[in-house]
Design a protein around this ligand. Structure first.
Ligand code: SF4
Ligand code: FES
Length: 247
């Protein structure tokens, strides 16, 4: 027999509600259910007004992030049974405005992502007749870890600096900038430097490291930021001591 587990779910509709509240639902604790399954059970069987985002149910799309008992996680990657005996508290991701219930407004992250130009920039494209841009396994390995990011924004919810200073460019945007900076096919490092090296970029980070701790894809955005700090400082000293050298 399957026992029940209680979910305490954040509810808020800014158009009608003066303030948020929590609503409790008892759901079957099936051993192969993840938290997202329980939310879909509520939506389908108990309360169709509950709103939340999801798509792939397999840790790829990055859209099902929420706070579970105070920690940002992908709800399709966490089993209900691991939270027994409950209750489980489910809230929208911290540090983002709430659109409705568990859905957050993500345009701030999207704007920041655009600013780091997360795509390959070429000064001159080579003619198609010359074929693909080839890379060695070592050149691929140089950026592969940072390319695993699924834009889930858990790292922003975990980052106390972003919570206090919303202007901070933030972990994933910087890691994705690095992903392209380290790609042997890219020539846009200088353009990204103007965004990433600013006060609101890497220098806001105090290396708390929570971003890397919660990242479901082991991107290690904290490592990307510290690495960029070292590089940026080295480049600055080079420009002072050897102004004739090319960075
Ligand atoms: S760095 Fe990790 S936690 Fe941050 S958005 Fe990318 S996958 Fe998500
Ligand atoms: S539903 Fe796509 S990552 Fe969870």
């Amino acid at each position: 027999m399957t026992s029940n587990i209680t979910l305490e779910v954040f509810r808020y509709n800014p158009e009608n509600d003066d303030e948020p509240s929590f609503q409790s639902y008892a759901v079957p604790c099936n051993k192969d259910w993840v938290i997202l399954d329980a939310l879909n059970y509520i939506k389908d069987n108990l309360d169709g007004t509950l709103s939340f985002r999801w798509s792939c149910r397999m840790g790829v799309c990055g859209s099902c992030g929420m706070m579970i008992n105070g920690t940002p996680v992908l709800t399709c990657a966490k089993f209900l049974k691991d939270y027994l005996p409950g209750p489980i508290r489910i809230e929208p991701m911290e540090h983002f405005p709430v659109v409705k219930d568990l859905i957050i407004e993500m345009s701030d992250f999207v704007d920041k992502l655009k600013r780091v130009k997360p795509y390959i920039i070429r000064k001159e494209e080579q003619p198609l007749s010359e074929g693909e841009y080839l890379q060695t396994p070592a050149q691929l390995a140089a950026y592969k870890q940072y390319s695993m990011c699924i834009n889930c924004m858990l790292c922003y919810s975990a980052c106390p600096v972003y919570g206090l200073e919303p202007e901070f460019l933030g972990p994933a945007a910087i890691a994705l900038g690095q992903r392209y900076n380290l790609d042997s096919r890219d020539q846009g490092k200088k353009e990204r430097e103007d965004v990433i090296s600013q006060d609101d970029g890497i220098w806001q980070c105090t290396f708390v490291g929570e971003c890397s701790a919660v990242c479901p894809k082991d991107v290690d955005p904290a490592g990307a930021i510290q690495r960029y700090k070292v590089e940026s400082t080295t480049n600055w000293w080079k420009s002072v001591l050897m102004p004739w050298s090319d960075k």
